[in-house]
Write a new protein. Structure first.
Length: 358
């Protein structure tokens, strides 16, 4: 009953508080950033010369399986806005939420591999097959860029009696099922961190799934959950207003000097971390190399722009800008590490070897 009321009341709070934070709805939303009037600038590099073999002649869709205003959406819309000025076309962002973003991911991969559909993902597509959600993963895409990642934080409301994460662990051990956790999605960073906590601290918190970072925060603020897991990016404004308190970062390094990292309380977690959420721009596997080259050049320019670098800094995101083999290795390593932890802790039944990982 507590979980049901929490979900119901949290949804109501998101509507009331949408003006002061990000919100991920269940309905499909589409947003369009104005297109630039000027075309792509010309550099005499071999990469751009190859990219000139293809260029979009109409608007391009960016399929995001997370709500408008959520962390993935907020991280990538500014990148698209800068990219539009180079490409001379509009990038239409479509937000279709559900099933840990697998609905949008799968639908995007049903589109032709013609360069007019950008398949946008966070960390979750790396794990879809591990959870038997859908068979498709990042292996079914060509990764244009892993743009950035973000640190996850364990937080409570300003009035919470808990001052440390260890206090919550001990409270849960003393009275199992009484300390309620909320986080967005059953696949990805939240599930990974829960698996690490179970493996090292020996507790499995009662939890329910919100539909996005906005709902996660407002659930905790309203007292409908005792603690939440969210990116530092999603929490910044609420921390500044004093509505929430960060107990620790779910990492082996401090996000900010004033916040301890979880390994200071549980050192054995270090071997499983980091488990940061990340944001990637991809296209469907089988897309022509000229199209891949074009988007690699385009988003590299947009990423390196002063405008977008300032955006990353203001949002508290960790800049990556990985392309090509570096991007593929990053996603592979994340997938291997996450699936290993999830399998060892019993969160999933498929081993890394079963999923083709070594």
């Amino acid at each position: 009953m507590k979980k049901f009321l929490a979900m119901l009341l949290a949804a109501a709070m998101v509507m009331a508080l949408a003006a002061c934070g990000s919100s991920d709805g269940q309905s499909s939303e589409a947003g369009t950033t104005p297109a630039a009037t000027e075309g792509q600038s010309a550099d005499s590099t071999s990469t751009e010369a190859q990219a000139e073999a293809w260029k979009p002649t109409k608007s391009v869709s960016a399929e995001i399986g997370y709500g408008a205003g959520g962390s993935t959406d907020a991280a990538l819309r500014p990148l698209f806005s800068v990219a539009e000025k180079e490409m001379g076309q509009t990038i239409v962002v479509n937000n279709v939420t559900g099933a840990s973003a697998s609905i949008s991911f799968n639908a995007a991969l049903q589109q032709p591999a013609d360069g007019y559909t950008l398949v946008i993902g966070a960390e979750t597509p790396a794990l879809y097959d591990a959870y038997d959600l859908i068979p498709e993963t990042y292996d079914d895409t060509e990764i244009i860029m892993v743009v950035a990642n973000t640190d996850n934080c364990i937080f409570v409301s300003k009035d919470s009696p808990y001052q440390t994460f260890t206090e919550m662990v001990e409270a849960e051990k003393a009275n199992p099922g009484t300390v309620l956790k909320v986080a967005s999605g059953k696949v990805g960073a939240s599930a990974n961190i829960s698996a690490v906590i179970k493996a090292v601290a020996g507790v499995s918190f009662e939890e329910y799934t919100s539909d996005g970072s906005g709902t996660t925060v407002t659930s905790v603020m309203g007292g409908f959950a005792d603690w939440g897991l969210a990116s530092f990016t999603s929490l910044k404004d609420y921390i500044a207003s004093g509505d929430v308190r960060v107990l620790c970062s779910a990492s082996s390094e401090r996000v900010k000097e004033e916040y301890p990292c979880i390994t200071e309380e549980y050192p054995d977690m270090a071997k499983y971390l980091p488990m940061n959420a990340f944001y990637a721009v991809t296209v469907k596997k089988g897309t022509d190399q000229a199209i891949i080259d074009y988007y690699t050049e385009l988003f590299t320019k947009a990423y390196n722009s002063d405008t977008y670098q300032e955006t990353l800094a203001n949002m508290g995101l960790n800049p990556l800008g990985l392309t090509g083999e570096e991007a593929a290795k990053f996603v592979h390593d994340y997938r291997l590490n996450a699936i290993t932890v999830l399998y060892e802790t019993g969160a999933i039944t498929h081993s890394p070897e079963e999923l083709g990982l070594k």
